[in-house]
Design a binder for this molecule. Structure first.
Ligand code: CTP
Length: 364
C-alpha cells in the first residue's frame, strides 16, 4: 500500500480481510535481510496495481522508485497489470495518455478505466474497473486452456415438475457445479449460454442466461441452441419423470391416498448427442450412489456422449449442495480422476480436460 492508500484504508483492514501481510514501506527492518521489494518482485506471478493514480502511472512510466509499490513495479519481471483510477480530466490529459502509451509499449497491461459517475461528481473515463472485472481479467490471463471463441452451452441446476399450480417435484441440485463450469468456460474464453433451472445463485457475468423451470422447458431451450454450439455440458439434474398432466387447479385434500402418475421426460443429453448434423462435443454428468464406474461407463456408451463426469451423491459423499466435489471423468478409451476440491477449481480442471479432448477429436 502506498502512503495515499493508507490515508483511505488502514493496512490492518487489508491484512484482516486478505489474511496476508501488507507491505507498506520500502525499507522494512524485518524484511531487509532478504531485500523486501526484490523478494516480492521475484515471488509474484503477476503484479496488479489497483487503484493506480495518475501519479503512480507517471512514476511507473518514468522508472521512478521512491516507495515500495513503484520499486516493486520497477523490479518486477512478471506481467504487471494496472487498474487506473482518477478524475476524468486527469485521465484525458495528454501527459497521462503519453504515460499510458509508453507503459503499453513496455508491455504493461491496463484494465479499465471504466466510464461513469466519479467520486468527484464528474462523469467520464477514470473510474476504476469493477473489482470483479479485474479478477476476471486476471483469471483469463492465467487460464492455460483454450475455449477462445468456442460456443459453450451449459445446463445447470434442478428442474421443477409441476403437480398443480402450487406444488412441484424437484431434487437437491443447487446448480453450484453447473454455474462454476459456466464461470470456468467464460474464463477460458468461451462464449457461454447457460440454461438454468431454478437456483439461488447470482448469474455469471459475461454469459447469456436462459431461465427455465421444467424438464420440458429445459429440453426446448437446450435443443434450440445445441446445433449452434461447439460444446454441450449437461450439468443439470434434469427430472427423469414428470407428472405430465399437471392439474390446472390446486389438488384438494379429500382422499386418504393420492397417486401421482409420472412419465419419463425426454433425455436432453442423449438427444443432443444424437443430433445428425452440427453435433456439439457432448459432455454428460452421472450422479450415483453406488457402482459409479459401471453406471458412468454405461451412460457414456448408451447416450453416445464424448465424455461423462461422474460423482458420488448421497449422505457424506459430496455432490449436491456442497462447495466441494470430486469427479471421475470417462471418455472412450480413457479416464481421469479429478480429486476432491472446491467446485471453482474442479470446474477449471474439467474445462481444461474438455478443451484437451475436443482438440484431440478435431485433430484426429
Ligand atoms: N439428463 C438429461 N435429460 C434427462 C435426464 C438426464 O439430459 N431427462 C442428463 C443429465 O443432465 C446428466 C446425465 O443425463 O448429464 C445423467 O443424468 P442421471 O440422472 O445421472 O442419469 P440418467 O440417465 O437419468 O439415469 P439414472 O437416473 O437411471 O441414473
Amino acid at each position: 500500500m502506498t502512503e495515499s492508500a493508507q490515508a483511505f484504508i488502514s493496512p490492518l483492514t487489508f491484512q484482516a480481510l486478505s489474511g496476508h501481510p501488507v507491505g507498506t514501506r520500502l525499507l522494512d527492518e524485518d524484511q531487509e535481510h532478504v531485500m523486501g521489494h526484490i523478494s516480492l518482485a521475484r515471488w509474484a506471478d503477476s503484479v496488479l496495481v489497483a487503484p493506480a493514480t495518475a501519479n503512480c502511472i507517471a512514476k511507473f512510466s518514468h522508472g521512478l522508485s521512491d516507495d515500495l509499490v513503484s520499486t516493486l513495479v520497477l523490479a518486477a519481471t512478471c506481467p504487471v497489470f494496472i487498474a487506473p483510477a482518477m478524475n476524468q480530466a486527469m485521465w484525458n490529459k495528454a501527459v497521462t495518455q503519453e504515460n499510458v502509451a509508453r507503459l503499453n509499449r513496455d508491455g504493461f497491461r491496463f484494465i479499465g478505466p471504466a466510464s461513469g459517475e466519479q467520486a468527484c461528481g464528474e462523469i467520464g473515463y477514470g473510474r476504476m474497473a469493477e473489482p470483479d472485472v479485474i479478477c476476471e481479467t486476471l483469471s483469463r490471463f492465467f487460464c492455460h486452456c483454450d475455449l477462445s471463441g468456442k460456443k459453450v452451452l451449459i445446463s445447470a441446476g434442478p428442474t421443477r415438475e409441476p403437480i398443480d399450480p402450487v406444488r412441484f417435484i424437484t431434487n437437491r441440485s443447487s446448480g453450484k457445479m453447473g454455474y462454476a463450469i459456466a464461470e470456468a468456460a467464460i474464463e477460458a474464453g468461451g462464449i457461454v449460454t447457460l440454461v438454468s433451472g431454478p437456483v439461488a445463485l447470482p448469474p455469471p457475468k459475461y454469459c447469456q442466461i436462459i431461465n427455465v423451470e421444467s424438464a420440458a422447458q429445459m429440453h426446448e431451450a437446450v435443443m434450440a441452441s445445441a446445433p449452434n454450439s461447439d460444446v454441450y455440458i449437461g450439468a443439470a439434474a434434469v427430472a427423469d419423470y414428470s407428472p405430465n398432466t399437471h392439474q390446472p387447479e390446486k389438488i384438494k385434500k379429500i382422499e386418504n391416498t393420492l397417486i401421482l402418475e409420472l412419465f419419463k421426460t425426454r433425455d436432453i443429453l442423449a438427444e443432443v448427442a444424437a443430433l445428425p448434423v452440427q453435433r456439439p462435443f457432448t459432455v454428460g454428468f452421472a450422479a450415483e450412489t453406488h457402482d459409479l464406474e459401471r453406471y458412468a461407463k454405461d451412460k457414456l456408451a448408451k447416450k453416445n456422449v464424448d465424455m461423462i463426469a461422474a460423482n458420488w451423491v448421497g449422505k457424506d459423499q459430496g455432490g449436491f449442495d456442497r462447495d466441494q466435489n470430486a469427479l471421475q471423468v470417462y471418455w472412450k478409451g480413457g479416464g481421469k480422476q479429478l480429486e476432491m476440491t472446491d467446485k471453482t477449481q474442479l470446474a477449471r480442471q474439467l474445462i481444461n480436460l474438455i478443451a484437451e479432448k475436443m482438440n484431440e477429436k478435431n485433430t484426429n
